[in-house]
Design a protein around this ligand. Sequence first.
Ligand code: GDP
Ligand code: ZN
Length: 341
Amino acid sequence: MAKRHLTRRQNWRIEKIQDERSVRAARRADMAEESLLGGDLGSEQEGLVIAHFGVQVDVEATSGPQAGLVRRCNRRANLPALVTGDKVVWRADNQNGGVIVAQLPRRTELFRPDHRGQLKPVAANIDRLIIVFAPLPTPHSNLIDRYLVAAEQAGLEPLLVLNKADLLDQADFASLRGWLDDYAKLGYRTLCLSADSGDGLNALRQELQDHINVFVGQSGVGKSSLINVLLPGEDLRVGPLSDATNKGMHTTTTAKLFHFPEGGDLVDSPGIREFGLTHITHDELLEGFIEFRPFLGHCKFRDCQHLHEPGCALLAAVERGDISATRMRSYRYILSGITKP
Ligand code: GDP
Ligand code: ZN
């Protein structure tokens, strides 16, 4: 039997029927959702996810007459999991809740490994990484460099904050200012301040404005102290306390978004503070050392590891003093810990 060809018109009719079917199905799903929620969904508006609790998220209205209002929302089944910092389109219901109907594109994503070692996004749209260090606990340049590489990899602008400046007069710590200056010379933003004395805090407040910020750094450098000063009244809701005390309650340890009174936002959770280098390739590591970039691709050997090869452009730059020996050591140290691609 001859193969039956559908005419263009028949094809068009079939497509049209299928389209109509899917529109009807979508409408039925919407209506089921509306009746489930008690009907009467408000109009679509933009919002910001400021916390999440399992399948539900807290959405803050960011536009319209309800701006600033927070509602516990469900999301439509066809949407991916949302994280704190996500921008969404949502509709209020008539029971103090709402439903999220769309997720807006993310500018950045912060990932952390879950208990199975799989990387999962934990926060979206963060653009600032505040890397805190202090005279005590004694900092390792290697750790700062790891944070800087992680910031480059995630597309976040880093800000280096040397806290506990009140201790810098002690002879042991005098060299730290020079250290901070070395990073400033590389082009990084830096601040020297003290959560205790309050010195330099206004400069920090300014840096936080117009950004969604995350604080990272070794335990004991003063992150909680800084956040408590910057977010007066919120101290019960930040810091490691939430880990132990909130078990079993519905507040979990996931990230929350806070507004600083002078502008700018903070995303914080015990897990977020541990943000660091996860999986990274050799190339990403090299790119993460910003002063290496002009020399990349100029080595004699294409697969140069920049360790001891002849004709290495990076080693020559170290010889000339264009790259500091400390940063080179740090690069090698991190390289030794990553699996090469
Ligand atoms: P976190 O682990 O990074 O959150 O650090 P904390 O905020 O818990 O601070 C650790 C310790 O450093 C506490 O004993 C604070 O009182 C102290 N600390 C925080 N900021 C300063 C500061 O500016 N100067 C001095 N001298 N101590 C500070
Ligand atoms: Zn090389």
